[in-house]
Design a protein around this ligand. Structure first.
Ligand SMILES: [Fe+2]
Length: 165
């Protein structure tokens, strides 16, 4: 084992980030299955693609820790409790989870970057990714809210998600 080039506090924050990213990997698989069950196949495809991306995000943290001479500890994950049956509900869950993670990365950045500049470059990718995810789900929710009287809005959003998957 190499001598770690990163302190314990940063390591444990990255391990928490791995837990979040793998949690999202799992969340999106769950949302894909929930949407498949109610016939939103565009949303299913979109969430499956998201799930793969979350797996990559976790791996990027694991590789960063390895570069820093640390072997990542993988977390145990707990099952998702909520089972959305509406497209809006699934998008809302995605939005809330992405927003939580954005807040987490922001505090991580504030707490560690001055003392550990090497962490800045690594975290920038995640902050950008979170801002895009929060923005995207926020847009989908706004669209559904402003078109709530349109009977076809769920199918419109579902086909939009299919194109983006
Ligand atoms: Fe992610």
């Amino acid at each position: 084992m190499r001598k770690p080039l990163i302190d314990k506090s940063c390591t444990s924050k990255i391990e928490t980030a791995i837990k979040y990213e793998l949690g999202h990997f799992y969340l999106y698989k769950h949302l894909a299955i929930c949407m498949q069950a109610v016939g939103y196949f565009g949303a299913m495809d979109y969430f499956l693609a998201e799930s793969k991306e979350e797996d990559d995000h976790a791996l990027k943290h694991i590789n960063f820790l390895n570069d820093m001479g640390v072997m990542a500890k993988l977390p145990s994950l707990s099952p998702e409790k909520e089972v959305p049956t509406e497209l809006y509900e699934a998008l809302e869950l995605a939005f809330e989870n992405e927003k939580d993670l954005l807040d987490y990365y922001k505090s991580f950045y504030k707490e560690e970057v001055l003392e550990n500049p090497e962490i800045a470059e690594h975290l920038n990718f995640y902050i950008k990714t979170q801002v895009e995810a929060v923005g995207f789900y926020g847009d989908m929710l706004s669209l559904m809210e402003s078109e709530k009287d349109n009977k076809n809005i769920c199918m419109i959003v579902d086909s939009k998600l299919k194109k983006l998957a």
